[in-house]
Design a protein around this ligand. Structure first.
Ligand code: MRU
Length: 358
């Protein structure tokens, strides 16, 4: 998608420089900086510090992380150690583990002289596949938006939470892909963007990328969605997910569950968009999903631009106050109207997911 009119993906390998290029998302929306990852440690650090974030993009970065590991040391033990460290770098989004396992399976029977080329091809394939999947999610989700528009004959108002846009994937996004496709088709859409405290991915990333694609959007405080739904200002909600269980329970950015409850109470359809790499077929009990508890500074400090154009971080809480910062919650399947996947739209249930994918 576009930034200042130029097409980008979120990650790519530069063959001449032998580095992985990323858009440093910790600097957005105030600065657009492309950063080089030269070692597997750089990749781990980029995931940990959220220079890259969003489940599919974390997966893509982990895959390229293994390519970088091979560039450093063409050695299976080093790949194994690096793989373990990559998996540990963020626990909730399942795409990370999925991508690392896929890379290791591919490399397990390969001669050491071919490791680099095979790894590079596989990492690229993981990323290209994600682009295709997200595009298909968009085409499938477009049908839902079209249906609402055909009934309403007026702007379709869509509420989203966090950033499940192209910046969270390789391109297109999950939740935003149907929106981009609708916009390209000329359907008038407007997006209510949840600010998404504490890191403000909604304001800093979703609104930013929608602006760059010239899609009408309005940032709202996280608690505003309920009253908008009561006032009939939301036609549908659509969110992404970091891990969806085969039971249909959806783990996503903290606050998603409350939005789903409000949607349920107001008969607003609540959709979750995901590629199959985000499905966890093993865990059945959502309480067993590892939920990240993050640094309290994410809550107590806020970053912005001062009157001189300098980026600054400031403390906004009383110095002595304690904080708690859980990064994700789980929306039970019963509150999910439908899942939108690359293979089609289905109920949030094991039976329906298996019909599509098994
Ligand atoms: O903490 P983040 O920014 O890595 O959060 C992950 C997400 O971007 C969201 O939860 C998103 O909605 C799902 S990933 C497409």
């Amino acid at each position: 998608m576009k930034i200042e009119g130029k097409e980008y993906c979120t990650i790519w390998f530069d063959k001449d420089q032998q580095v992985v290029k990323i858009i440093d998302q910790t600097k957005l929306p105030h600065q657009f900086i492309i950063k080089d990852l030269k070692t597997v440690k750089d990749a781990i650090n980029a995931i940990k510090t959220m220079e890259v974030r969003g489940a599919p993009l974390i997966g893509g970065t982990a895959a390229y992380g293994i390519v970088l590991a091979i560039l450093e040391k063409n050695d299976l033990d080093f790949i194994k150690k690096s793989s373990e460290e990559l998996i540990k770098s963020r626990p909730t989004a399942i795409n990370l583990k999925w991508a690392v396992h896929r890379m290791n399976n591919k490399l397990s029977m390969i001669n050491s002289k071919d490791l680099f080329n095979v790894a590079l091809k596989e990492a690229k394939e993981i990323c290209d596949e994600d682009v295709k999947f997200c595009e298909n999610i968009g085409l499938n989700g477009l049908k839902i938006i079209e249906e609402i528009y055909n009934k309403k004959k007026d702007t379709v108002n869509i509420l989203t939470h966090c950033n499940a846009g192209w910046l969270a994937t390789i391109n297109w996004g999950t939740a935003t892909s149907p929106i981009y496709h609708a916009h390209k088709k000329g359907i008038p859409v407007h997006v209510w963007v949840d600010e998404t405290r504490p890191r403000n991915q909604g304001a800093n990333l979703t609104s930013y990328e929608l602006n760059e694609e010239e899609i009408s959007n309005t940032i709202i405080a996280d608690n505003t969605g309920g009253i908008l739904m009561q006032r009939g200002k939301v036609d549908m909600c659509i969110v992404g997910t970091d891990r969806t269980l085969s039971t249909g329970d959806v783990c996503n950015k903290i606050g998603t569950y409350l939005k789903a409850l409000a949607a349920h109470d107001n008969n607003v359809p609540f959709y979750v968009a995901l590629p199959s790499s985000t499905i966890d077929w093993d865990i059945k009990d959502f309480k067993k999903i590892p939920i990240e508890e993050r640094n309290s500074e994410e809550l107590s400090h806020v970053e912005g631009v001062d009157e001189n154009g300098n980026v600054k971080k400031v403390l906004i809480y009383p110095k002595k106050s304690k904080t708690m910062n859980l990064a994700f919650d789980v929306t039970p399947a019963k509150y999910v109207t439908r899942l939108i996947t690359e293979k089609g739209i289905c109920e949030a249930s094991e039976e329906s997911l298996k019909k599509l994918f098994k």
